[in-house]
Design a protein around this ligand. Structure first.
Ligand SMILES: C[S@@+](CC[C@H](N)C(=O)[O-])C[C@H]1O[C@@H](n2cnc3c(N)ncnc32)[C@H](O)[C@@H]1O
Length: 508
């Protein structure tokens, strides 16, 4: 526990002075002059002295390790490199397990089954996640002798159906949206119908598909050991899992959900030992899943939880109004769960807060998987939105700004004039300005787009540091609650699925 506390302290001490930068809202980039107010002074000086595009070129050059052709001094690169020292993989704690898949594949209990080819139902990203996570879940369920797997926030049921059909596990999928459960039932029915055909196809192919090869190293061992499809290939009967080994329940899960009661309805004749799982449990659902795991009165239990959408987490120590307002509104009407961050007493004693924009920044794709060519595409929508804000303030005045949200329209627009016309219509704001004037407005502010790129890169460099704080806090909470076997591991390839870390805990 002490080692984990020291790591967390190291990361929060580094991050604390940078939180104003991480929380600076890009919409206000131009109007609030964030370039001069929030940028670290040495980076500002370098960008204004050497030139922004030169500094960015230096960064890519140094990141690509082409040191001979790069200048030996780049403050932006120094910032990125330093931030990289405070990410979970670099902290070298015993609580972080590298290459869990390979450990599982080496272990004698690992009974790897190929994922049959079901690409028509899932995106490449989902297939990647389901392939890896279903294998890890199956291994853990076997090691912990779990009788039921409870999939919290099961969504359209991609993972659950695969666990039931491919790994013969007993599943209870819980989601708060009935439409998602209906979708999961529909998908599983189709999968049941086509399952034998899928198995046969995978068996005949005898090797991984191009899609799976893309995911790389993680799968090499499984490919070598030849445990391709299983004994069921010969069978022609349609498998039936729905309502038998794969059941559903609609409920909004909280840290106090009566999981024992729900299970005794779904699978009555059992003394349950549960494996809780959650793939991309968004916002508070991830911390609440961990609390539910701790609180539930079960003999044997374990959990694999992957969080996402950190911006939707409620923070306890924040000055932002949304959480307090909701708490006030819901007081006396229903029980509210505890805030999602921080979870550990260690950070709660410090009243540590990240802030909404910093958490939003924590959901950004990390710089190590970000490609140079993506910079224009990533920053253009941010620049257009900041430029629109400036236009609105000029034309409507700072106290008359519309409340409505512009939304994601920038990627469909080639020019600011096009964007502003669509955005103003959406905001229901009438401004007298011609397309030519809007074009001129864009050209006159082009320097701000270049500045925004540096700002974006700095925030992107902080993204995995913020995620590290959220992850370590969750793990420390588990340790504080007396869960001794708990660790963090990376499950997915971050290029394919950036929210790739799982918190795993076992209580026997
Ligand atoms: C990001 S989706 C992930 C779905 C699924 N696990 C997957 O990876 O495809 C999160 C899911 O959690 C569900 N959810 C969110 N909050 C919930 C809560 N408090 N209780 C139950 N389900 C919840 C949502 O309806 C949604 O289906």
């Amino acid at each position: 526990m002490q080692e984990l506390q020291s790591s967390l302290t190291k990361v929060t001490q580094y991050l604390d002075p940078l939180l104003p930068l991480a929380n600076a809202h890009t919409v206000d980039f131009i109007v609030e002059q964030l370039w001069t107010k929030k940028l670290p002074p040495d980076i500002l000086q370098e960008a204004e002295g050497v030139g922004i595009s030169e500094v960015i070129d230096q960064l890519w050059c140094l990141l690509a390790n082409e040191t001979e052709s790069c200048s030996d001094s780049c403050k932006l690169f120094d910032f990125v490199r330093e931030a990289g020292e405070y990410v979970i993989e670099e902290l070298n704690g015993v609580y972080y397990v590298n290459d869990l898949m390979n450990i599982l594949l080496d272990s004698s209990s690992a009974n790897l089954k190929e994922l049959v080819e079901v690409t028509e139902y899932m995106s490449i990203k989902k297939l990647h996640e389901v392939h890896i996570m279903s294998h890890v879940v199956a291994c853990l369920a076997e090691a912990c002798k779990s009788s039921v797997v409870v999939d919290i926030g099961s969504g359209k049921g991609y993972l659950s159906s695969m666990l039931a059909l491919n790994h013969n596990l007993r599943i209870l999928g819980i989601d708060n949206k009935p439409t998602n459960i209906d979708g999961a039932i529909r998908t599983t029915k189709m999968l049941e119908k086509k399952w034998r055909m899928y198995e046969k196809k995978s068996f005949l192919k005898g090797k991984y598909s191009e899609t799976e090869k893309k995911f790389g190293k993680t799968f090499e061992k499984s490919r070598d050991d030849g445990t391709l499809l299983n004994q069921n290939v010969e069978s022609s009967t349609k498998p039936t899992v729905l309502g038998v080994s794969y059941k559903h329940h609609v409920e909004s899960v909280s840290s106090q959900t009566d999981i024992r009661g729900i299970l005794s309805e779904a699978y009555p004749d059992e003394e349950h030992s549960i494996l809780f799982i959650g793939l991309h449990t968004c916002g508070n659902l991830s911390p609440n899943s961990l609390r539910l795991f701790v609180n539930s009165d079960l003999k044997r239990k374990s959990i694999i939880n992957v969080g996402c959408c950190y911006h939707l987490i409620d923070e306890e120590f924040t000055s932002a109004p949304e959480w307090h307002l909701r708490r006030l509104m819901q007081r006396n009407t229903e029980r509210m769960d505890d805030p999602g961050f921080p979870m550990s007493d260690f950070l709660r004693r410090q009243k540590f807060s990240l802030g909404r924009d910093a958490r939003m920044c924590g959901t950004q794709k990390p710089l190590k998987v970000f490609k140079e060519q993506e910079l224009n595409k990533a920053t253009k929508p941010l620049f257009y939105r900041a430029l629109l804000q400036q236009l609105l303030i000029l034309k409507c005045g700072p106290s008359n700004l519309p409340d409505a949200i512009v939304g994601r329209i920038a990627h469909k627009c080639d020019t600011f004039a096009e964007y502003a016309t669509k955005a103003l219509k959406k905001l229901n704001v009438e401004i007298e300005i011609t397309p030519a004037e809007l074009d001129e407005f864009e050209t006159n502010n082009d320097e701000d787009w270049q500045r925004m790129k540096i700002f974006f890169l700095l925030k992107t460099a902080l993204s995995p540091v913020i995620e590290t704080v959220i992850l370590l806090d969750k793990l420390l909470y588990l340790y504080e609650q007396g869960i001794e076997t708990a660790f963090i591991t990376r499950l997915f390839d971050p290029v394919v699925s950036p929210r790739c870390y799982a918190v795993i805990a076992i209580q026997k």
